[in-house]
Design a protein around this ligand. Structure first.
Ligand code: SF4
Length: 366
């Protein structure tokens, strides 16, 4: 069996809770951080027994940890990153300082993922974010001066009453930061969020599609390739870690609420901090059957502009995609959603957006 090449680590702490947040997060409290890091270290020692090509510390807000807490966390990976590995940490702009960046660089972190979300004060306030656009500018400038040039910035679109002018301002803001990777996610409103409690609705499909088209056009004009539905990169700067997920390959995950995929088992850790601290890490485990394996494969690979190689499909499932789905493929090809080129099946821009519909017809009974 091949070893998983990617390692995900979850740090759930945040200094405040954003109105749209549906992630596994907790308000930062110093008393919980030390025991959490101790337990996390035990889990890492149990599960991470080889070098990883990518390590990704997400959250939460990993950079809201105090400097000494961050140093302790980073010490867990001192011999886990393969040579030329990608080591990413998520950061909220207002939590980045020169000293913390110095600690990150010394520990081998070479990629930052910064949450811009919007450049518009009205929308940042609505989302409950505690930074301004100039915090993001400073964070990016500081990171570059510390030698981290592989930076990703993300925005959210389809926000309550967001105008096209506000979206254009956010796109301008992304472009003027001059970073090699951008992500743009449409707002989803989960049931546990403050937005849900306040009765906010997601933007309708037509507005979302119009905004997405604008983002696609302007990011492409600026030289970014859309390589996944929501992700754009300059040449050589695709997220290697996230490509592990989208290629539906195995990865190890540690930390509160983290989900992993190893040796044909998908697992999810508990979101309950006291259970986690007692050492009861995993809450759900599922052996991936043939049919589920196929669903995950399509669900992930068809998000990529590059789609999947017909040979990889054959190697993994033992039969040909085109023999198994001749009618479905012909239908989507005619509708301009999927196409075959260079022995690969790829989604068009429209196909990537209509992935749910494609999956429904490949799995009519689900
Ligand atoms: S910073 Fe991120 S994880 Fe924390 S509350 Fe905001 S959206 Fe959620």
């Amino acid at each position: 069996m091949m070893s998983a090449k990617s390692l995900y680590i979850h740090i759930p702490f945040c200094k405040s809770i954003c109105s749209y947040c549906d992630f596994c997060k907790l308000l930062y409290a110093k008393t919980f951080v030390k025991p959490y890091l101790e337990e996390l270290h035990k889990e890492i020692v149990q599960k991470a027994d080889h070098l990883f090509e990518t390590i990704y510390i997400g959250g939460g807000t990993p950079t809201c940890l105090a400097e000494e807490e961050l140093s302790l966390l980073l010490s867990f990976f001192s011999n886990l990153l393969a040579p030329n590995g990608e080591f990413t940490i998520e950061a909220n702009p207002e939590t980045i300082t020169e000293a913390k960046l110095d600690t990150l660089v010394k520990a081998g972190v070479n990629r930052l993922s910064i949450g811009l979300e919007s450049s518009c004060d009205r929308l940042l306030h609505l989302m409950g974010r505690s930074h301004t656009f100039s915090d993001v500018e400073n964070a990016v400038k500081l990171a570059k001066s510390e030698g981290i040039h592989n930076i990703s910035v993300d925005i959210i679109y389809g926000l309550p009453n967001q105008s096209m002018e506000e979206l254009d301002a956010d796109i301008d803001a992304c472009l003027c930061l001059d970073v090699p990777h951008l992500s743009a996610y449409s707002l989803t409103i989960g049931q546990g969020t403050k937005f849900f409690q306040k009765g906010y609705q997601e933007a309708d499909d037509e507005i979302q599609a119009k905004m997405y088209e604008r983002i696609l056009l302007r990011f492409r004009e600026a030289g970014y390739e859309r390589y996944e539905v929501s992700n754009f990169a300059k040449p050589g700067f695709k997220s290697r870690h996230n490509l592990t997920y989208w290629h539906d390959e195995e990865y190890v995950a540690c930390g509160l609420g983290a989900s992993g995929y190893e040796g044909n088992i998908r697992y999810r850790n508990t979101k309950n901090l006291s259970e986690y601290l007692k050492g009861n890490h995993v809450e759900e485990k599922e052996e991936v059957g043939k049919q589920d394996d196929l669903s995950y494969f399509f669900l992930t690979n068809l998000r990529l502009s590059d789609g999947f190689a017909l040979q990889s499909f054959r190697d993994r499932f033992g039969y040909s995609f085109l023999d198994a789905y001749p009618k479905e493929f012909a239908d989507y090809n005619e509708k301009g959603l999927l196409f075959e080129v260079d022995e690969r099946i790829k989604p068009t821009d429209a196909g990537g957006l209509l992935l749910d519909r494609i999956l429904l017809s490949l799995f009519p009974d689900e």
